[in-house]
Design a protein around this ligand. Structure first.
Ligand code: G6P
Length: 367
C-alpha cells in the first residue's frame, strides 16, 4: 500500500496532488484552443437535438452533486438554458417534470451510486436524453446513458473525492463548449477554451500555498464548528469545501450563501468562530466584503480566498489565500483545491483516519 501511495502519507493527499495531471488528461485531447471547439467521443447530440433542449436536470449525489451545482451556474450563464439542481435522492421522489426536450445530466465518479442510477432510470422513463459524466469505463451509469463523457481522473481510492470532482468540473466546461457551439450561441467559446487550457498549470501553483494552508489548518483543528460563505459559483464551491471538512475531520462545517447569513447562521457566530469566505467572484465582491465585515463584527476569525491582486479582501479578512488569477467562471478549478488541502490538514491535526472516515463508503450502492 505504501508503494501505491507514491510517497504520500495518504491516498487523499496523493490524489489532491494528481489533479493537474488529471485535469490535463481530461482536457488536452478534447480541446481545440485555436477554434474554441471540442471533440468529445461518446457525446453525440446533433445541433438540432442540442437546440431543441428546453432544460437540464441534474442527477447526482455527494461531491458529484456539488460539481453539478457549479455546473448549474456555469451552464445557465453560458448557455442560457435552465438547469434544475437537486440531489438524486430528492429528484427521484419529487415527480420531476421531464420530456424529450429535457437533458438529464448524470454525474457519478463510480457510476454505481444507487440513487443516481434510480434517478437516471426515472429520467429515461420520461424520455429525457441522458448525458453522463463518469470516471469508470463500462460502469452502470455509462452503460445506461445515451451519451457519456469520461473523466480521466484515474482510480480514486480515498473516500473523500478530490480529483474526480475537479475533472467533473472540467467535463462540465467541455460540455458547455460542446452544447454552446451546437446551439450556435457561443461567442465566448474561444476565450473559455484558451483559459481552460491554462487551468492545469494554475492548479499546480496552488501547491505553493500548501505549507501556509497546513499552518492555517492548525488554527482550525481545535474548533468544533466552521462556516463557509460564498455567493454565486463561490457558494457551490463552499458547499464542497464544507463537505470535505465534515467528511474527514468530523468538524461540523456549514456552507451558507453569504446573503443568507442574516437569516440564521449569524446567530452562531461568536468570538473566534472560524469562517472561510470565498471571494473570487469579483462582480459580487462588494457584497462579500460586507458579509466579511458582518461576521468579523461578531468576533469571527476569517480566512478568505481571493484571486491574486485583490487587495481589498486583505483589508477585511484575518488571512487571505491568494489564488492564481483565472476567468471568474473557471474559479472553482482553483478555489476547490486549497479547501481540499485545508480539510486534509485539519483532519491530520485531529488524528483522523483520513482515507477511510467512519460511517462513510466510497460508493453508496444501497439506498
Ligand atoms: C459517496 C462518496 C462521495 C461521492 C458520493 C457520490 O458519498 O463518499 O465521495 O461523492 O458517494 O458518488 P459517485 O460515485 O456517484 O460520484
Amino acid at each position: 500500500e505504501a508503494a501505491e501511495k507514491g510517497g504520500y502519507a495518504h491516498f487523499m493527499l496523493k490524489e489532491i496532488h494528481e489533479q493537474p495531471r488529471a485535469l490535463r488528461d481530461t482536457l488536452a485531447s478534447r480541446l481545440d484552443v485555436s477554434s474554441g471547439g471540442v471533440k468529445l467521443e461518446g457525446v453525440n447530440l446533433t445541433s438540432e437535438e442540442a437546440r431543441s433542449l428546453q432544460k437540464v436536470v441534474l442527477i447526482a449525489c455527494g461531491t458529484a452533486a456539488y460539481a453539478g451545482m457549479a455546473g448549474k451556474y456555469i451552464w445557465e450563464r453560458l448557455l442560457r438554458l435552465p438547469v434544475e439542481f437537486d440531489v438524486a435522492s430528492e429528484f427521484r421522489y419529487r415527480q420531476p417534470l421531464l420530456d424529450e426536450h429535457t437533458l438529464a445530466l448524470v454525474i457519478s465518479q463510480s457510476g454505481e451510486t444507487a440513487d443516481t442510477l434510480a434517478g437516471l432510470r426515472e429520467a429515461k422513463k420520461h424520455k429525457a436524453r441522458i448525458l453522463a459524466i463518469t470516471n469508470v469505463v463500462g460502469s452502470s451509469v455509462a452503460r445506461e446513458a445515451d451519451d457519456v463523457l469520461y473523466t480521466w481522473a484515474g482510480p480514486e481510492i480515498a473516500v473523500a473525492s478530490t480529483k474526480a470532482y475537479l475533472t467533473q468540473l472540467a467535463a462540465l466546461y467541455l460540455l458547455a463548449l460542446y452544447l454552446g457551439r451546437a446551439r450556435g450561441e457561443a461567442t465566448w467559446a474561444l476565450e473559455l477554451a484558451r483559459e481552460l487550457a491554462c487551468a492545469p498549470s494554475k492548479v499546480e501553483k496552488i501547491f505553493d500555498l500548501e505549507e501556509e494552508i497546513q499552518e492555517l489548518a492548525s488554527n482550525l483543528a481545535p474548533h468544533e464548528h466552521a462556516f463557509y460563505l460564498g455567493r454565486g459559483l463561490d457558494y457551490a464551491v463552499a458547499l464542497e469545501g464544507a463537505l470535505k471538512l465534515k467528511e474527514i475531520s468530523y468538524l461540523h462545517a456549514e456552507a451558507c450563501p453569504a446573503g443568507e447569513l442574516k437569516h440564521g447562521p449569524l446567530a452562531l457566530i461568536e468570538d473566534g468562530t472560524p469562517v472561510i469566505a470565498l471571494a473570487t467572484q469579483e462582480d459580487l465582491l462588494e457584497k462579500m466584503l460586507s458579509n466579511i465585515k458582518e461576521v468579523k463584527a461578531r468576533g469571527a476569525w476569517v480566512l478568505a480566498l481571493a484571486l491574486e491582486g485583490n487587495e481589498a479582501v486583505a483589508q477585511e479578512a484575518d488571512r487571505v489565500l491568494y489564488l492564481p488569477r483565472i476567468h471568474p467562471i473557471l474559479s472553482p478549478l482553483v478555489s476547490a483545491v486549497p479547501l481540499q488541502l485545508l480539510a486534509y490538514y485539519v483532519a491530520k491535526a485531529r488524528g483522523c483516519p483520513i482515507d477511510k472516515p467512519r460511517n462513510l463508503a466510497k460508493s453508496v450502492t444501497v439506498e
